[in-house]
Design a protein around this ligand. Structure first.
Ligand code: NAD
Length: 446
């Protein structure tokens, strides 16, 4: 399934028609392909404030073979603009951020990346310092709204002591894996980050469970984590058995028919993983349903079924994995699929939005326990993603839903999958308790 409007607006006839009618022309995004360079051109790097992360940025760019020209006033247009804004003492230094970014962003190539690194406002020494740090959030979110041609801008917050965790996030945001992640703020934390990982198959040798894998986003997750090297245990309800088997075969994984809400679901999954694989490295809670009605018309069955699949099953399966001695291997990763509705709310979705907001509460609360085990738990909140779930929406709502974001298009299942695969990778050890929105900077719940 693809975004028909983006395809149309970029076709020969479509492109001139769209231009004549003054309609938006969404760009074809730069999406990840194994083996492709991190960036399709050079990167320019600047600082505002003292800047603690110059070494980290230089290492990422050097390892990826990205050239960093000395100046920013000629030569090849940059594919990325990186600003190390750590060490700001007050708002006065923001002028330096503006002075660096304005000319650099003007020269940014299509599908470019703007990435700012900053200190956490909450750890500032003074209100002026906190103000300067927080100001960067407004700056980055606004740059993201101004960028065109499929370019994105994001902010990575790096507390002191967490420098080693920043590299993985920087690579993600520069790469095509983050094509539909725009205008977001991600905070990394100190962790034992492996020195390196196989850039093409970072999940080699890992066992990854993906629930709701028979179709849509779950099938895309299965494909992407398998492409990255994992053996996939594809889980879905028995009624979806045929398509589940097809996905499992395609990714050379195994199909495991399981209703995640069944009373014995956690026990069956634990014994399956123990018996067949000895353990598990990655668990992606993707299975989800909608049963929309306005609150006043919402019957208990709609409320209960959505809560059971979208939230209670994630809690129960995660608890069982943690309690099953040694089952979740060191470096374990849990990624829970939330939703933009869980952040912004959505008319007709009190049950769904409550369940998806609950998922965010769950990962935040569990993060310290996971960190203590050398593991991580994070949530991914998709915005408008082109799937069978969104295909069922009325035409008008669907077309508006797909366009009201800075990239003017719906995301693809692969965009959610790439973010999940990154969070599952060994060097993402310092990303824990986070919610990564994959929404093209949707105007909803920004
Ligand atoms: P989908 O309906 O296409 O696929 C969901 C899959 O989950 C199906 O294969 C279904 O059989 C399975 N499933 C449902 N109940 C199950 C159960 N009890 N046990 C095991 N499997 C079960 O949906 P999708 O669009 O691919 O969405 C995947 C996830 O992403 C969901 O959690 C959804 O809430 C979330 N999401 C989707 C969007 C979007 O725009 N499509 C946006 C935000 C969040």
């Amino acid at each position: 399934m693809s975004d028909w409007y983006t395809t149309f607006a970029n076709s020969g006839v479509g492109s001139s028609l769209v231009k004549q009618l003054g309609l938006p022309r969404p760009a074809v995004l730069r999406r990840y392909e194994p083996g492709q360079p991190l960036l399709p051109g050079p990167a320019v790097v600047g600082t505002a404030g003292e800047g603690r992360l110059g070494g980290t940025l230089a290492a990422v760019l050097r390892d990826a073979g990205v050239t960093v020209p000395a100046g920013n006033d000629g030569g090849e247009r940059p594919a990325a603009v990186l600003l190390d804004a750590t060490g700001l003492t007050g708002p006065g230094q923001l002028a330096g951020a503006h002075a660096f970014l304005a000319p650099a962003v003007e020269r940014l190539r299509p599908t470019g990346r703007v990435l700012v690194l900053a200190d956490p406002p909450a750890a500032a020494d003074s209100p002026a310092q906190a103000a300067a740090r927080q100001a960067l959030e407004g700056l980055v979110r606004s740059v993201a709204k101004e960028l065109r041609a499929g370019s994105t801008a994001n902010l990575v917050v790096v507390p002191e002591g967490a420098e080693a965790s920043a590299g993985s996030a920087v690579r993600f945001f520069l790469s095509g894996r983050s094509a539909y992640v725009d205008g977001q703020v991600l905070t990394v934390s100190a962790a034992d980050v492996p020195a390196d990982e196989d850039p093409v198959r970072p999940l080699q040798g890992k066992v990854a469970v993906v629930t709701g894998a028979a179709r849509g986003i779950g099938a895309a997750i299965a494909r992407v984590v398998a492409r990255d090297g994992a053996h996939v245990v594809a889980v879905d309800v028995p009624a979806a058995g045929e398509s589940l088997a097809a996905v499992a075969n395609e990714v050379r994984g195994t199909a495991f028919q399981l209703d995640v809400t069944a009373p014995d679901a956690a026990g069956r999954l634990v014994s399956h993983l123990r018996g067949r694989h000895g353990g598990v490295d990655v668990v992606v809670h993707n299975a989800g349903i909608t049963r929309d009605k306005l609150l006043v018309n919402m019957d208990a069955a709609r409320w209960d079924s959505v809560m059971a699949v979208n939230l209670q099953a994630q809690l129960d399966l995660t608890r069982a994995l943690l309690d099953a001695d040694g089952l979740l291997r060191p470096g374990g990763r849990v990624v829970a699929v939330s939703s933009q509705s869980g952040i912004a709310g959505n008319r007709g979705q009190t049950n769904y939005a409550a369940s998806k907001a609950g998922v965010i509460g769950m990962v935040r609360a569990w993060a310290p326990e996971f960190a203590a085990r050398g593991a991580t738990i994070n949530a991914v909140a998709p915005g408008f993603i082109v799937t069978e779930m969104t295909a069922r929406m009325p035409f008008g709502a669907r077309e508006v839903g797909a366009r009201i974001n800075s990239l003017q298009q719906g995301g693809l299942p692969v965009d959610v999958a790439e973010t999940i695969a990154w969070l599952s990778s060994p060097t993402a050890a310092g990303v824990n308790g986070q919610v990564v929105r994959v929404c093209g900077q949707s105007v909803l719940g920004a």
